[in-house]
Write a protein that binds this ligand. Structure first.
Ligand code: SF4
Ligand code: SF4
Length: 302
């Protein structure tokens, strides 16, 4: 059962041994990511149990500072995580057919530390998203995103360029009034689809289902080596923004700060998180997308 605390110092942590703390350390200029002070409190608790905590994350698919281990390490330092042992995985091990960060697989225990936000593709970003997208290789990320990229119907396109402006990653270009899409590393954020007012860009709901299926499968694979008491979840329900910490464009704050939610089951922690946010603001995020992901994810946990 999940428990809600007001301060990180109240959160109980019983993990020990070599403990991987899986978290997102924020993009450059992102200021709403998990605070290093909160991470320090957890790390001290693990050390008090005789454990050896380290922070771990993986490189991102889209272009930017966090697309290489060296670049991400620099960002981690700049965002205040310089005092910790930080590992940005470069090696992966297959778990249930999914390439999972080697350092996670080889750890004695796993703390899934998640900053809760809205998310353009999954509606809500919680523990399942942190694990399924954040704990795997770029190859797996590409596989997960691939089905969900935008489709283009040139017969409806008026070459207005709004989608080009909306894409933060430069995957879209207008050349001679024709739209070129280079979507290999597109994270399917949906920004271009939202910006298009003519319906020329759209997402397939079948494709979204496929993406959610792959994401849930990947999340399950990341925690597979840690059944029972070797895995715990802490979700930070503070600085809850419209979009995730992957860029500095996090949108508006959509909910008041709630606290720290802990538990042993990611689906239960995520579901309770959604309930707590929905009670405060039913329009905070795309809850329908989350319900769809949850229905699929249940098959991997129950
Ligand atoms: S979904 Fe559209 S806006 Fe988002 S990254 Fe892909 S091409 Fe760019
Ligand atoms: S926003 Fe829509 S109509 Fe405008 S260029 Fe892009 S696809 Fe075409």
């Amino acid at each position: 059962m999940s428990m809600l605390y007001q301060r990180m110092s109240q959160v109980p942590v019983r993990l020990g041994g070599k403990t991987a703390i899986k978290l997102h350390m924020g993009d450059p200029s992102n200021v709403t990511h998990i605070s290093p002070q909160d991470v320090r409190i957890l790390a001290e608790k693990i050390k008090a149990n005789g454990g050896e905590p380290f922070l771990v994350d993986t490189t991102v698919l889209y272009p930017g500072a966090r697309s290489t281990p060296k670049g991400y390490l620099k960002v981690a330092r700049e965002n205040g995580f310089g005092d910790f042992e930080v590992v940005i995985s470069e090696k992966y091990e297959k778990v249930d057919g999914v390439e999972v960060a080697k350092e996670i697989v080889e750890a004695d225990s796993l703390l899934v530390l998640t900053h809760v936000t809205g998310d353009m593709s999954t509606g809500f970003a919680g523990a399942i998203k942190n694990l399924g997208m954040g704990g795997v290789s770029r190859k797996e990320k590409r596989k997960i995103h691939a089905p969900m990229g935008p489709r283009h119907d040139s017969s409806k396109c008026i070459a207005c360029g709004e989608c080009v402006k909306a894409c933060l990653f430069g995957f879209l270009q207008l050349v001679d009034e024709r739209l070129n899409l280079t979507l290999n590393d597109c994270p399917a954020c949906g920004g271009c689809v939202k910006a298009c007012t003519t319906g020329a860009l759209w997402e397939s709901s079948e494709a979204r289902k496929k993406t959610f299926e792959l994401l849930a499968r990947a999340a399950r694979a990341v925690v597979s080596p840690f059944e029972g008491s070797d895995v715990a979840y802490v979700s930070v329900l503070k600085n809850i923004t419209e979009f995730c910490d992957c860029t500095k464009y996090v949108g508006a704050f959509v909910c008041e700060d709630i606290g720290y939610l802990t538990g042993k089951d990611p689906l239960e922690v995520d579901s309770r998180t959604v309930e707590l946010i929905h009670t405060r603001n039913p329009k905070a995020m795309n809850f329908e997308a989350w319900e769809e992901l949850k229905t699929i994810a249940i098959n991997y946990w129950r």
